[in-house]
Design a protein around this ligand. Structure first.
Ligand SMILES: Nc1ncnc2c1ncn2[C@@H]1O[C@H](COP(=O)(O)OP(=O)(O)O)[C@@H](O)[C@H]1O
Ligand SMILES: CC(=O)OP(=O)(O)O
Ligand SMILES: [Mg+2]
Length: 403
């Protein structure tokens, strides 16, 4: 029997998303999510897709990522899809920061683990969770190839003019300070799917991809290659996010230290966890913000307006970077679901050939779809991302090569 299954683990700071796929036809056998890890009210939702069985939920405290993965392994085993299966070919892991060391999916050994660990200071919310996922999976199946697929990989094609900060070159190089970019698996998948939606090959189109989840980033993709993206050394730069500030004058930090008396760690927490939408209005979920706006809440409205203003600036910037834009693609939790965000982000941009059709924008669905009016100069699309499928495909291709 040939092993054709891949388990994908996407470990976030407080969650794990997972999928088990059969790569003969990219079919999902099981999907699930563990959220609020480390809190009292953790939740595991597991959906087996082979048996037609209903989703199962576990609630109650799940202390850490190791406990989360063990619970996931138990749920899979209960459906006869356990990690001990001979049909499992590999486990694919999302790893957020690969620095300059990793530009391709990589089979994980001790050296690779050490490098992911070395990069923790530049992805403090993400790399530790990714590492725990890898270590736990390795302990459960030491014989199986474990593959790391890096968020940063797709952005390594950025030219130096976009990747470098305008700071002293020697200092930057000594500390490997440059713009790496993140969510690359999503930007790669969505830019390709957008080309397909237009009936073209990836090399034929220029696309602005707006990945708007809890973390959010924009990218300019020219003929299938990333030429700029909004996140930088860490996933803090760029757009306004659920809990992160995105762009601001770096002198705000000196000011908070000198005048505000805050420590480095306090400022780190402020900008990564207590800023963005949650810092502006107390909520980071766009659904809740829209509900509050409908009730006339001024703070929620201001938070929304700041979010949209930043998004619009990046759309304009990447329009200029690309020169010719064939499509703008919205993706991830907010991009796929929040019609008012899409409408507001492109409002007033008809002069650039950008517009949203109100009726098409209101349609919900899981398939890639156009929301621009017929005959528009630039296509505007909603393209659901699938980081797990992309990670599975890259993992399976790499493992196939190594057999
Ligand atoms: N129906 C919806 N309407 C508006 N926003 C939504 C909706 N569903 C999800 N979201 C937004 O999507 C976010 C999560 O996006 P997701 O891509 O899953 O993020 P992450 O992978 O960073 O956890 C939520 O915080 C919420 O703001
Ligand atoms: C890199 C990053 O911001 O990821 P996420 O959106 O999953 O937090
Ligand atoms: Mg995400």
């Amino acid at each position: 029997m040939t092993a054709t299954r891949v388990l994908v683990l996407n470990s976030g700071s407080s969650s794990v998303k997972y999928q088990l796929l059969d790569m003969r036809d990219s079919r999902r056998l099981a999907v699930g999510l563990v959220e609020r890890i480390g809190e009292e009210n953790s939740r595991l939702k597991h959906t087996p897709l082979t048996t037609g069985g209903a989703s199962r939920e576990r609630t109650g405290p799940i202390a850490d990522h190791e406990a989360a993965l063990k619970a996931v392994a138990e749920e899979l085993a209960a459906d006869g899809l356990g990690l001990d299966s001979a049909e499992l070919a590999a486990i694919g892991h999302r790893v957020v920061h690969g620095g300059q060391s990793f530009t391709e999916p990589t089979v994980i050994d001790d050296t690779v683990l050490a490098e992911i660990e070395r990069l923790i200071p530049v992805a403090p919310l993400h790399n530790p969770a990714n590492l725990t996922g890898i270590r736990t999976a390795r302990a459960l199946r030491p014989d199986l190839p474990q593959v790391a697929v890096f968020d940063t990989a797709f952005h390594t094609t950025m030219p130096e003019s976009a990747a470098r900060y305008a700071i002293d070159v020697e200092t930057a190089d000594a500390h490997r300070i440059r713009r790496y970019g993140f969510h690359g698996t999503s930007h790669a998948y969505v830019s390709r799917a957008t080309a397909e939606l237009l009936g073209k090959g990836p090399s034929e189109v220029n696309v602005i991809v707006l990945h708007l989840g809890n973390g959010a980033s924009a990218s300019a993709v020219e003929g299938g290659r990333c030429v700029d993206t909004s996140m930088g050394l860490t996933p803090l730069e760029g757009l306004v996010m659920g809990t992160r500030s995105g762009d601001m004058d770096p002198a705000v930090i000196f000011h908070l230290m000198r005048v505000g008396g805050m420590s480095t760690d306090e400022i780190d927490t402020l900008l990564n966890k207590k800023s963005g939408l949650i810092g502006l209005c107390g909520d980071n979920d766009m659904r809740e913000i829209r509900r509050r706006i409908d009730e006339g809440d001024e703070r929620a409205k201001l938070a929304f307006d700041i979010y949209i203003h930043r998004l619009k600036k990046y759309i304009g910037a990447y329009y200029a970077v690309l020169g010719r834009v064939d499509a703008v693609a919205f993706t991830a939790g907010v991009g796929e679901n929040a019609a008012p965000v899409r409408e507001a982000a492109l409002a007033g941009l008809a002069g650039l050939g950008l517009a949203v059709d109100g009726d098409l924008n209101a349609v919900r669905g899981d398939e890639p779809r156009l929301i621009s009016p017929a005959g528009a100069r630039v296509a505007v699309a909603v393209v659901p991302t699938d980081e797990e499928l992309e990670i599975a495909a890259q993992t399976y291709t790499l493992v196939g090569k190594n057999i």
